[in-house]
Design a protein around this ligand. Structure first.
Ligand SMILES: *[C@@H]1O[C@H](CO)[C@@H](O)[C@H](O)[C@H]1NC(C)=O
Ligand SMILES: *[C@@H]1O[C@H](CO)[C@@H](O)[C@H](O)[C@H]1NC(C)=O
Length: 238
């Protein structure tokens, strides 16, 4: 390979991978001390405040650029992984309008019930839910029943696709007992479960059940014998 080709290849790798780079950079900012400034000159301890203003105020009222901190459709990233708490627009953060203050519904990172999930795996019986239609083999129960019941989620039609699980794993983050699902064209499909932790095989472990398996810990990895495709999983936000 000529050096010119190598340069072009490297350029392609870096540009196609840039969202991932940005995630890592943000994560590092979160973990570094609060005196460190970000590339936009915003001290890290100010990020939550700025995320809140970006979410709650019209951007033209602000004296800084929101897009340099958060891409428009990436509010959830900001809330879940930088601020680590949901952003609620209040009287202090919303612009006062003639009528009333605007409140937007925050997209919450959901935490599942660890105790009841461990029980479900130990008891090893399918978890049913009255609003989830049964499997063709009536002994088993679909994945969504377990996720909805133990994470207090709405039905799968109300789930929104959050950050990709493997991208999150690249940031060395931990979010145990949060719900995840495979998504296709923005909608839940095939399997959902509860994220446990990332593995060093480029995948992660989750608790899930399916129409052929009782609640158990599943290893999702890049190997051919992995029951599901590791790249299809995202965190569920509501
Ligand atoms: C979690 O599950 C346990 C065991 O089923 C139950 O006792 C507890 O109340 C649940 N916690 C919440 C917050 O629902
Ligand atoms: C994650 O951890 C690995 C191993 O400790 C380290 O090499 C890597 O730089 C870390 N990545 C981030 C984004 O912190």
């Amino acid at each position: 390979m000529t050096s010119r080709r190598l340069v072009v290849l490297l350029f392609l790798i870096i540009t196609t991978d840039s969202p991932c780079f940005a995630d890592i950079k943000k994560r590092l900012m979160l973990e570094s001390s609060s005196s460190v400034s970000t590339t936009t000159g915003v001290p890290t301890d100010k990020l939550c405040e700025e995320c809140t203003l970006c979410k709650c105020r019209p951007h033209d009222l602000l004296d800084f650029a929101c897009s340099s901190i958060i891409a428009t459709d990436n509010y959830h990233f900001c809330e879940n992984f930088i601020c680590m708490h949901p952003i609620t627009c209040s009287r202090d953060t919303s612009p006062t309008t003639k009528t009333t203050t605007t409140t937007t519904t925050p997209r919450l990172p959901v935490t599942c019930n660890k105790t009841s999930l461990i029980e479900a795996v130990a008891v090893n019986r399918p978890v049913t839910h009255p609003l989830v239609s049964p499997c063709s083999n009536p002994y088993y129960s679909p994945p969504e029943a377990l996720t909805i019941k133990h994470c207090a989620l709405p039905l799968a039609s109300g789930w929104t696709k959050g950050q990709k699980v493997v991208d999150f794993c690249h940031t060395n983050g931990t979010l145990p007992y949060t719900p995840i699902s495979t998504f296709s064209h923005g909608h839940h499909e095939e399997i959902s479960g509860v994220f446990l932790h990332c593995t060093d095989k480029g995948g992660f472990k989750m608790i899930a059940q399916s129409c052929t398996a009782t609640p158990s810990v599943m290893d999702i990895n890049t190997a051919h014998d992995s029951p599901y495709h590791v790249q299809d999983f995202h965190f569920i936000i509501i």
